[in-house]
Design a protein around this ligand. Sequence first.
Ligand code: GDP
Ligand code: MN
Length: 395
Amino acid sequence: MDIHEYQAKEILSRFGVAVPQGGLAYSPEQAAYRARDIGGSKWIVKAQIHSGGRGKAGGVKLCSSEHQVEEEADELFGKRLVTHQTGPQGKTVYRVYVEGAVAIKREIYLGLVLDRKSERVMVVASSAGGMEIEEIAQREPNSIIRSVVEPAVGMPAFQAREIAFGLGLEPALTQQAVNTILGCYKAFEELDATMVEINPLVVTEDNRLIALDAKMTFDDNALFRLPHIAELRDKSQEDPRETRANDRGLSYVGLDGSIGCIVNGAGLAMATMDMIKAAGGEPANFLDIGGGATPERVAKAFRLVTSDQNVRAILVNIFAGINRCDWVAEGIVMALQKTPLNMPVVVRLAGTHVEEGRKILARSGLPIIRAGTLAEAASRAVAAWRNDSLTKVAS
Ligand code: GDP
Ligand code: MN
């Protein structure tokens, strides 16, 4: 999950990272009010979207009057910014952040990422930060500092100091740099982040070290235990289809076919799609309901699949290990009793509590087509879909 710059700055400042004074606004008037509140004579108005590269896309404006702050904010609200990270559809601005502008002497890059190769958190830093960092990384790869953190130890102060020295900072700023690096690492570690980036981290004309921009990404699988992070989610910045499935704890990808699939496990879901194709049908989706699915979650999966207008038949394929067939069966019955479906449903259950599951389906009296093996399930689903289409055309 991504969050906004102003949210990342608020978090990092709690970990000892210095940030400019700023305030969030949802309207131009509010932006002007924020500027007055901050004081001074120069402000930066920044579009809050889940993307970097805003500066180049016209999303970061330097203003020298409250009136100008209001005008620039007015210009940004509702605008769709297209950056090199958003794709051509861009992202819409609903919030702007107003900050007191600072005079920059030097721009530095500081990032913490999960390095898959070393399986460690890695600090990446460069004495040449700012908007051209991608080009610098390509042109002069050796100018980039890389420092891997040993997880059993965490980041000792000397490691942060070594990075600070590598950046060529003057001695008076070393301690501030160490605090910044250690603070970022602590935030990364404590909050299950997958990325923390400050670009630029600047040395000001009056010799302070300040994070002018901040970006944080979190591990979705850890959000359940971090409610104060999870609540920072801004759905207006996300793909609506992904959001809908995510909200239901499901992993879903929509396709063009007509047979809806409800399966547990990504591998089994892929195999099920293959079998449907082999039997002459086309899957309408990939859907993994995950392990330990409750009846409620199964019912949600049903609603998600049947909300697709192209779906003409449903195939449920469960190989229960961690899952329980009786719970899955209860979910199916729950969903079908609530909203009777005008299409065939084929169910194949195997594994934990399979007998109980089958009994629940049989007792329900619902017109469920049962299958013993995956191949049987796929061919029955395809046959049922064909018959169904034929009868519907005939009648
Ligand atoms: P990004 O383009 O999305 O990464 O947005 P940034 O927050 O990094 O802003 C883009 C650029 O605007 C920065 O690299 C700075 O050069 C400039 N900028 C941002 N805040 C200030 C400020 O307070 N003073 C000055 N002089 N420049 C700023
Ligand atoms: Mn930036």
